[in-house]
Design a protein around this ligand. Structure first.
Ligand code: FE
Ligand code: FE
Length: 192
């Protein structure tokens, strides 16, 4: 795969800071992919592209969603931190020529997560939170657990995200709750 084409494109599309974040996610995702036996190239590409929609304003994103005929839920439409994921994913085939549905899914669900996520989707969700540019309390512990146990690290990651959403008084997406419940169930922590 010719990475240079995608990197050049993303660098001019995203601008310096967001490009650096995306490269960090791509490289972290590629490392996690090796650890958890996911296609490394797909992981790198999904990481590089995951914030494609982030450069657009909420109004632009809503307009693009309408043009694309996307049927989005109310929380995704109202919460500005969420909308760039599904719209960015839907723009990839049209604007970047990426048609890999696994990559598109990983981009679409990188902000909320969802129940029964694919391994690639999990890797991107986690890489987005632990890439080297991230700096929040607990990130180091999260990085360590990422290489030990994917689902356990994801549970800590989604807990962190939900906690932040609650503290900021923002809308919590039901898919994040489903994602968390799914992880708890598969980790056997649901008391069952
Ligand atoms: Fe994002
Ligand atoms: Fe991101």
């Amino acid at each position: 795969m010719d990475w240079e084409i995608y990197r050049t494109l993303m660098k001019s599309h995203l601008g310096e800071a967001l490009y650096r974040h995306s490269l960090g996610v791509a490289e972290t995702a590629a490392d996690l992919a090796v650890r958890y036996r996911v296609d490394r190239h797909r992981a790198y590409l999904a990481g590089l592209l995951h914030d494609y929609g982030k450069v657009f304003s909420p109004a632009e994103l809503r307009c693009k969603a309408e043009q694309l005929g996307l049927c989005l839920d109310r929380v995704s439409l109202e919460e500005k931190g969420l909308l760039h994921a599904p719209v960015g994913a839907a723009l990839l085939p049209v604007e970047v020529g990426v048609a890999d549905t696994a990559v598109i899914g990983a981009v679409a669900y990188h902000t909320t997560g969802r129940a029964r996520m694919s391994l690639l989707e999990k890797v991107i969700y986690l890489a987005d939170m632990i890439e080297p540019g991230r700096d929040f309390e607990g990130v180091e512990k999260l990085r360590q657990s990422a290489s030990d146990d994917l689902d356990r690290a994801l549970l800590a990651a989604v807990d962190h995200t939900i906690d932040r959403v609650l503290r900021r008084g923002r809308l919590l997406h039901p898919r994040s709750v489903q994602f968390r419940n799914c992880l708890l169930t598969s980790l056997g922590k649901n008391g069952g």
